[in-house]
Design a protein around this ligand. Structure first.
Ligand code: GLU
Length: 468
């Protein structure tokens, strides 16, 4: 049984064999550069003082700033944060986002705290990061992760800005902020949409689908999603909207199944109102959430936490494709079983890179102090209008209203963000597929993804010239 960080190291070592890099450089790429472990007291609503345990790990500074989310969970520990920080480095490298990897964690169950307590914990954590120079638009830029969202990010930016008066780029100290606080349109759904784009691209690869005995494309594929948080919810939504059938959705209290498809939005509302997915209309309730992972389906999307599929349950998983929307949902033992079974595992560190990709767009927006589309939207619209009018005059034919609206439309921020994300996920998929399909001795897509990441980080280190 490996720890999470050891699992990441194991996958790294497996891929490193296929690269040309010096052993010492590989050790440096793998190592976590800085680990900040902290404890601080927070007075709770009932007057009690609680000592909070928290971390921020910067895995690599081969590119700066470092980047990665902050999670709130009772399971947070140093090994987990180190593993997640490492994955961030490789993730950013694969999708050509110029950041090093980092991750933060606060060991609390957010459900056990009031909003005011959470605010105090988040602000104090931020102040601790500022004190040690562990946060800043050019140093280390946190973001949401498991258990955190826009609200926590706005507390962070507010605390940072008030401790750094006059810092013109203060808004770029954290991403995943609400729009009103310097966020970007499209960040919320980014990870889920990125997962969808990635899986769709793999399903469009004829060779890969033929090997699995599946037809090309996403339409009609039967999907099981584990997790109805931000990532799982948006995955389910985009798969459904593009013609796949989400036959089951699992949460920790149980799962719901319906062969004709589950509507994630209605399920979300039901869960919010009743506190559980149980008793959802037109569906069968499965009391054991882990059993839902074993349902017969084409695509399984684990979108919650790490280590949910291991050597024990992997043999029972029937999905032909597993899309790792969460970070580290499969253990190395599970990987080996899926290689032997011929199951296609689309690895986390590239498949869920949509979040950090759009975080990069948000950070660029913060540094440029202008929203996307502000300069060119009207100009493009009037140019398109002139071109269309000229074509109509020359041909004597009129475009339909629908066509006219489509052609004349100038890009808004959301259009540009979605299109930048689509481009990023398509090129990353193709790059990894090429590495994998060109070398038959590479056992799985995860190894191909690691090779891609190691090569990119290796090149950066060489360019930095730190090894004279
Ligand atoms: N927490 C997300 C991840 O694991 C997003 C990180 C970010 O946007 O920096 O990729």
């Amino acid at each position: 049984m490996y720890s999470f960080f050891e699992s990441v190291e194991k996958s790294f070592d497996k891929a490193a064999e296929f690269t040309k890099w010096d052993k010492g450089l590989l050790e440096q790429i793998k190592a976590c550069n800085s680990v900040y472990s902290m404890k601080f007291p927070v007075k709770m609503d009932d007057g009690r003082i609680e000592v909070i345990e928290a971390y921020r790990v910067q895995h690599s500074q081969h590119k700066t700033p470092c980047k990665g989310g902050i999670r709130f969970s009772k399971e947070v520990n140093q090994d987990e944060v180190m593993a997640l920080a490492s994955l961030m480095t490789y993730k950013c490298a694969i999708v050509n986002v110029p950041f090093g990897g980092a991750k933060g964690g606060i060991k609390i169950n957010p459900r056990n705290h009031s909003t005011y307590e959470l605010e105090k914990i988040t602000r104090r954590y931020t102040a601790e990061l500022v004190k040690k120079n562990f946060i800043g638009p050019g140093i280390d830029v946190p973001a949401p992760d498991y258990g955190t969202g826009e609200r926590e990010m706005s507390w962070i930016v507010d605390t940072y800005a008030s401790l750094k008066p006059g810092e013109i780029d203060a808004a770029g100290c954290v991403t995943g902020k609400p729009i009103t606080q310097g966020g970007v349109y499209g960040r919320k759904e980014a990870t889920g949409l990125g997962v969808f784009f990635g899986v769709r691209e793999v399903c469009n690869n004829e060779k890969a689908m033929a090997k699995l005995g599946l037809s090309k494309g996403i339409v009609g594929k039967r999907v099981v999603v584990q997790g109805l948080g931000n990532v799982g919810y948006h995955c389910a939504k985009f798969f459904r909207e593009h013609g796949a059938i989400v036959i089951a959705i699992a949460e920790f209290e149980g799962a719901v199944y319906h062969e004709a498809g589950i509507n994630e939005e209605e399920l979300f509302k039901h869960r919010k109102a009743t506190g559980s997915v149980k008793d959802f209309a037109n569906s069968t309730y499965i009391a054991s959430s882990s059993e839902a992972l074993e349902l017969d389906c084409d695509i399984l999307i684990p979108a919650a936490l790490e280590n949910v599929i291991d050597g024990n349950n992997a043999p029972r998983i029937k999905a032909k494709i597993i899309g790792e929307a969460a970070n580290g949902p499969l253990t190395p033992e599970a990987d080996e079983i899926f290689i032997a079974k011929g199951t296609l595992v689309i690895p986390d560190m590239y498949l869920n890179a949509g979040g950090v990709t759009v975080s990069y767009f948000e950070w660029l927006k913060n540094l440029s102090h202008v929203r996307y589309g502000r300069l060119e939207k009207r100009f493009t619209e009037s140019m398109n209008h002139h071109i269309l009018t000229e074509i109509e005059a020359l041909t004597g034919k009129q475009a339909s209203i629908k066509a006219r609206n489509l052609i004349e439309h100038g890009a808004d921020e959301i259009d540009l963000v979605h299109s930048g994300l689509e481009e990023t996920m398509i090129s990353a998929t193709q790059e990894i597929m090429d590495i994998w399909q060109q070398n038959p001795s590479i056992p799985d897509m995860r190894t191909a993804a690691y090779i891609c990441a190691i090569d990119k980080v290796g090149i950066s280190y060489t360019e930095l010239g730190i090894f004279p």
